[in-house]
Design a protein around this ligand. Structure first.
Ligand SMILES: *[C@@H]1O[C@H](CO)[C@@H](O)[C@H](O)[C@H]1NC(C)=O
Ligand SMILES: *[C@@H]1O[C@H](CO)[C@@H](O)[C@H](O)[C@H]1NC(C)=O
Ligand SMILES: *[C@@H]1O[C@H](CO)[C@@H](O)[C@H](O)[C@H]1NC(C)=O
Length: 186
């Protein structure tokens, strides 16, 4: 079937050569038996502290404009470095299972969205040493939101998936977010 477009008047040599190329290609491809996809559900809480003596998210670049609504804690254009602990339960002392490291950028003019570029690394259990990469807009003012999982490391190599988020607790300096992550990986 692969050859049905080849002109019959063509010299045989060229057709044979194409056939050999195809055979060689198949020979290269066939030993790669497709791996079975796995689906893993992760449930944890992320703790972010923006104030006090030991913040886990700090502004590293303020916006260089004056037209911002200065009352927002995340003025449009500000960039944050993040290293937030992840715990089993909502309490800060419920057991740390990893951390989320990366950047948050206040990327909407109305300051309702922070785009997150985060690596969620795990330090406990069977996913110790593995991580998932999240790159997504996060409409922080909505109580529930969805972020995309775009990759991973270790056991989560080639991962894709999504995370469902719910704000569990919020005050001026602390936010606790519940994460339900569905990860498809190999
Ligand atoms: C996680 O992996 C690191 C590095 O391999 C190891 O030092 C540590 O003991 C492991 N922790 C757990 C809880 O398995
Ligand atoms: C996570 O899943 C649990 C169990 O299905 C559910 O009770 C909880 O509301 C979910 N949380 C989020 C943030 O989706
Ligand atoms: C916010 O909540 C945290 C955790 O309960 C607490 O440690 C902190 O003092 C609170 N901050 C303010 C400004 O109320």
């Amino acid at each position: 079937m692969y050859f049905h477009t080849i002109n019959k008047a063509e010299p045989m040599g060229r057709t044979l050569m194409l056939a050999w190329i195809l055979v060689l290609c198949l020979w290269q491809i066939l030993p790669c038996v497709p791996k079975v996809e796995k689906v893993t559900n992760l449930h944890f809480f992320l703790h972010e502290t923006t104030g006090g003596a030991d913040p886990t998210a700090v502004m590293v670049a303020p916006p260089d404009i004056t037209s911002n609504d200065n009352s927002s804690p995340v003025p449009f254009g500000s960039v944050f470095a993040i290293d937030d602990p992840l715990t089993v339960g909502p309490e800060r002392n419920s057991g740390v299972i990893g951390n989320a490291q990366g950047l948050g950028v206040s990327a909407s003019k109305d300051t309702t969205t922070v785009v997150l570029y985060l690596d969620f690394g795990f330090t406990k259990g069977k996913f110790n040493g593995s991580s998932i990469s999240i790159f997504s807009r996060n409409p922080v003012i909505e109580k529930e939101r969805e972020l995309s999982v775009v990759g991973g490391r270790g056991k989560f190599r080639m991962a894709k998936g999504f995370a469902l988020l719910k704000t569990y607790f919020l005050n001026e300096t602390t936010v606790i977010v519940e994460y339900n992550v569905t990860v498809i990986h190999y």
